[in-house]
Design a protein around this ligand. Structure first.
Ligand code: ADE
Length: 243
């Protein structure tokens, strides 16, 4: 799968995608992340990418030409032609809120363009005539869309087959099952007097599975009752919650 990230600050994004799991995924040919500087596509000697808003008011607005030019050149769209086959997603606090279900949805695509805003935001024509979708990573305002784009790349990349070492790695994730995850422990079995729950060292796989399900259910009820309301619970789950 290929991501094209359009930004005024590619150097902010580069280090993150060049480490750890994303680095290995790219080396293995499972993932490609290309960074494009929007300024390179701005016309004129000064390559201006922002301007004052019509109608006055504070702040600057991202000009349409550099963003249209950059996305059309990289995706190979002719100016004014039909929208690209690949989704063109703006990162903005005005978008739909990104979550695990959207990550799964995006992981189905061969290629995705992510366009990072800066300043007060995008000229509305970018939203109307170039973007096919808009995503926000939460109800707060960042100085730009770069961190949001990296979050989307990261969450989607780890769902691609082969990217995580363990092929079932993403299946038990928090949210994947509609619940938060159960608690994890590793060696040593006792640390500063705090012991790992006996059941986990008992070797009884059925009991371990039941304990984990119960922990996930209880933790979700305590921390995210909204998720529990939407989760599909079995009769056995309801019994575990009651215990
Ligand atoms: N740009 C600024 N704030 C943002 C947010 N919350 N999500 C996505 N892009 C943004």
């Amino acid at each position: 799968m290929r991501f094209d990230i359009f930004t005024l600050f590619p150097e902010v994004c580069a280090p993150y995608v060049q480490e750890s799991i994303l680095k290995r995924a790219q080396a293995a040919g499972l993932l490609e992340v290309q960074l494009h500087n929007i300024r390179d596509h701005a016309p004129g000697k000064h390559q201006v990418t922002d301007d004052e808003p019509y109608g006055g008011g504070g702040g600057m607005v991202m000009k349409p030409e550099p963003v249209f030019n950059a996305v059309e050149a990289v995706l190979g769209i002719e100016a004014g032609a039909a929208p690209a086959a690949a989704p063109v997603i703006l990162l903005t606090p005005q978008g739909r809120t990104f979550n695990q279900a959207i990550a799964y949805e995006l992981a189905q695509h061969e290629r995705i363009a992510l366009v990072c805003g800066r300043y007060e935001g995008f000229d509305e024509r970018i939203r109307e005539h170039l973007a096919t979708d808009e995503l926000s990573i939460g109800d707060y305002v960042l100085t730009g869309g770069e961190l949001a784009a990296l979050i989307v790349v990261d969450a989607v990349a780890r769902l691609l087959p082969g990217v995580l070492g363990d092929p079932t790695g993403a299946e038990d994730d928090s949210f994947a099952m509609g619940l938060l995850e159960y608690p994890h422990y590793t060696r040593p079995a006792e640390y500063r007097g705090w012991r790992v729950p006996d059941i986990l060292v008992s070797g009884d796989h059925a009991k371990v599975a039941r304990w984990r399900r119960q922990q996930a259910l209880q933790r979700t009820r305590r921390r995210r009752p909204d998720l529990l309301d939407r989760a599909e619970l079995t009769d056995a789950d309801r019994k575990l919650l009651g215990e």
